[in-house]
Design a protein around this ligand. Structure first.
Ligand SMILES: [Zn+2]
Ligand SMILES: [Zn+2]
Length: 332
């Protein structure tokens, strides 16, 4: 069903002619957003500083590095394969157990509860770089100062105060799944679990409180900070700088470095062109950890109906958008 939006993208017209509000604003919600920002965006930064200072005092070893890498991968795959490709875009199907597991893995990254994230992200696609896009870097005017302001907003400060999407409108499918509602509701518990795991392992491996502390700092705080930066870069960098394989009417971009560092999320322009594709790279030789993980699940029979557009479809879409873009430029 085509969504009919009003000019400011605030309302959706229902078939009976009435309007439904698409996002809400309230002081209570903003207070929650500020608290979340403090806990999961500012505190990890302090954790990183502590981790680095302590590393001068006693250098880190294989244990800290392994915990950091393992949790970076697990939580990153939870976000990209779970939150993003599966829940927000239904790019593949899987069992209830895997759905719950991916929700837990994604939650541990501290990027918000799954259903809220998916609803916000679906709204982002609907109004990308237009009024209503909560984290566009392109709505703050022209000129260097405004561009920088937009970039900081998209990367960081939008999280302090933003509209909250109407979840009943954007994610009715997710709300119907009682297991997903359960897993999503226990978000804060999963974040704590994600911090407890490296702390306990660090303590047990070294049989020391010091090991528990460095496990927490590297596998917990520093890992959370790095994952957060990668996800924020999608909003800021990947709607500003990079290549445009598909000339869409918004400003999404591809960037090979973030393709690698953000589990395949760096192919953001490809993703905006084919949002329901499980593959973001759309080329077999491009690195896309999220897609490789879905393929691995499929190999073991744990994922099916994996959606990827055919090569003809991709070429035709690129050519059509290119022609429209060239026509638009002539007209303009
Ligand atoms: Zn985007
Ligand atoms: Zn998306």
């Amino acid at each position: 069903m085509e969504v009919v939006l009003d000019k400011a993208n605030q309302y959706h017209q229902l078939p009976n002619g009435k309007f439904r509000r698409l996002a809400v604003d309230s002081e209570y919600i903003h207070r929650m957003q500020r608290r979340h920002f403090l806990l999961f965006d500012l505190l990890p930064l302090i954790g990183v500083a502590a981790a680095v200072v302590l590393a001068f005092y006693r250098p880190i070893g294989v244990m800290e590095f392994s915990l950091f890498a393992a949790l970076w991968l697990a939580t990153g795959l939870g976000i990209t394969a779970g939150y993003h490709r599966l829940f927000a875009h239904q790019a593949f199907q899987t069992s209830t157990a895997v759905r719950v597991l991916l929700t837990i893995m994604g939650s541990m990254s501290g990027r918000g509860s799954m259903i809220s994230w998916a609803a916000m992200h679906r709204r982002h696609h609907e109004v990308a770089d237009k009024p209503g896009d909560m984290h566009s870097p392109n709505l703050h005017g022209t000129g260097l100062v405004n561009r920088v302001r937009g970039f900081i907003h998209a990367h960081y400060t939008w999280m302090l105060r933003h509209e909250y999407p109407n979840v009943a409108h954007y994610a009715p499918d997710l709300l119907r799944d009682k297991w997903l509602v359960w897993a999503s509701r226990h978000y804060y518990g999963w974040v704590l679990l994600g911090l407890a795991i490296p702390t306990v392992i660090g303590g047990l491996v070294t049989m020391s409180w010091w090991g528990a502390l460095t496990g927490f700092l590297w596998g917990g705080a520093a890992r959370m900070f790095v994952v957060e930066q990668a996800m924020s870069a999608l909003n800021s960098i990947l709607h500003t700088i990079g290549t445009r394989r598909f000339k869409l009417d918004e400003n999404s971009r591809n960037n090979v470095i973030l393709g690698v560092l953000a589990w395949g999320e760096g192919w953001h322009n490809n993703h905006h062109a084919f949002p329901n594709s499980a593959s973001f790279a759309l080329r077999w030789f491009s690195i896309d950890l999220g897609y490789w993980f879905i393929r691995l699940l499929a190999l073991f029979g744990l994922a099916w109906d994996v959606r990827v557009p055919g090569r003809d479809q991709i070429t035709a879409r690129a050519a059509k958008l290119e022609a429209r873009h060239a026509g638009g430029q002539e007209a303009g």
